[in-house]
Every structure is written in structure tokens, then in C-alpha cells.
Design a binder for this molecule. Sequence first.
Ligand SMILES: N[C@@H](CCC(=O)N[C@@H](CS)C(=O)NCC(=O)O)C(=O)O
Length: 303
Amino acid sequence: MSELILHHYEMSPFSKKVISILAFKGLDWRAVAQPIVAPKPDLTPLTGGYRKIPVLQIGAHIYCDTKLIIREIESRFTETPLTPPELLGAAELLADWADTRLFLNAATPSIYEISEIVPPEFLTDRAAMQRPEVIAAALPLEHVKAQFVLDLKMVARQLAVTPYMLGARFTLADAAVFHVLNFACNAASLKAEIDAHPAITKWLKTIIDMGQGGRQDMDAAEALAIAKDTTPDYTPPADAIIDAALSVGQRIAIRSDDYGQEETVGEIVWVTGEALAVKREDAQVGEVLVHYPRLGYLFEARD
Ligand SMILES: N[C@@H](CCC(=O)N[C@@H](CS)C(=O)NCC(=O)O)C(=O)O
């Protein structure tokens, strides 16, 4: 069973980053709708705790974080490469900027502005995802919005002279900047700032018009049953390494180094320079192999 199953919800910006890539590559995939706020009882049996969206499931393999999800899709489907090698480093750096700094500058003002179209518990849920010291150090909303407007100028400067963020073709850099700006369009005042740059509006439309690839919806129960009926492949990848700090067989807890502190606890099966996979067992889904990138995550030994 090697279907791509994306656990997401319609409003999720990071899901749109992955979906734009599924569209670009013309791939078939299954969409499982997950709740917009915690708890996520049909997701956490797969991840062991991680509640962020999206999560990619392939059989009993669970991929957390879009950085890793996209690399996995790219390595499995090579016919339509997303980012040529000569642009990959630049695309990953730009994607990191978009996913963190641009996202924060856009999300904070957007979330306040769209509060009437999200469930009432949404703001409390998102506030609870932040560490208290981050909340205490929060910058004034007007400043954050002004930073977003400055970010737009940099994006527009590029799109005024090339059709895509890194030149003539769609790459990872477009998917990453797209998901943030597309989400910001939900907030009227941010959409007005975006629309002040016709090159950005045109580029957004080009990506939206790419569609969603071959999407078919799937029930969460079916996705959980697929994980249960499948045995993960524990074979280490060719680039697996020996890392004394993260040795195979060790039990570890994995958690994000930014917002969302839920942990995945499991036994290390393999480690590469940029990712790792832990085995865990759950009454509902049996044995699963949960994959994480190393960038952006903390690992702590557990007995
Ligand atoms: N670094 C993560 C960030 C994912 C993320 O923040 N996703 C948002 C939704 S787009 C989220 O999970 N928010 C809380 C939630 O949906 O429960 C990634 O690249 O996948």
C-alpha cells in the first residue's frame, strides 16, 4: 500500500505548500480531514503526539513536517523534479525564511483578523501552542504587520523580474512563499497589501490554477486501518549514519523547537545526517515508523 495520504484541513497553509507540489508533480493522493484544533484523536495514534498539520502517511510510515514530507515525495516521484540541483540550496534557504519569519509576520495579524471565520476555541488553542516566554515577548501587532508589508516588497522585487521566485520555473521556494501569502489573503487588510503588488497577485493565481493534483478524500478510519494492516519497512536508507548521540535502539522523545510542544516517543530505527525514524506501537494502529527532520527538532533520551 503506497498511496500518499495527507492528513490536513482546508484552511491549513502548510498543507497548501505540499498540495501545490502534488499538483506540480501531477500526483494522485488521498486527503484525510483532521480537526483545526487539538485534540486530534485520529491523528495522534499515528504520530504518537505530534498534532501539527499536515502529516503524510504512506502505509505504516508517518512523515512529520513539510520539509521532510516534500523530500520524501521528491525522492519517490522523480519524473517531474520539483527543484533542479543548482537551485536546491537557495530554494531550501528561502523556504526556511518563508516557513518561519514570513509565516510569523503573516499569521499573527491574519489570525486576529479572521477570528470570526474560525471556531471560537481557535485563538485559545493557538495561544496554548506557544511557550509562555514567547507570548511574554510578543511584539506589537502593528509592528508585525509592518514587517509583513516589508517582506512583500522583497517578494515583489523578485516577481517583477522573473515569473517564479528563483527564475523561470516553479520550485520549492514558490511552494513555501505561496502557502503563506495565500493564507494571508484570508485577511482583508493583508490581501489589500498583497494586491498592491500585481506581480504577486498574478503569481498567486498561477499557482492556485495548478489545481490540487489527483485528490480523492478518505475517511480517517480508513487511514488508521491502512496503518494497522501494513508493516513498516525498517530497512535503513543508503545514507544512514552512526551517530553516538542518537544510537539505534535508543528510546527518545522528539519535539519541535518552536511552537507546539507535543512529543513523539519511540525507539530509533535509523538516523541520517538530516532525518531520523523511530518505531512506536499503538493499540489502534499497531507498529508505525515515524519520520522527522533533524532541522527544527529537539531529541531527548528516554528510559
Ligand atoms: N514546521 C511545520 C509547521 C506546520 C504548522 O505549523 N502547521 C500549522 C497548520 S498550517 C499547525 O499545525 N497549526 C496547529 C494545528 O493545526 O493544530 C511544517 O513545516 O510542517
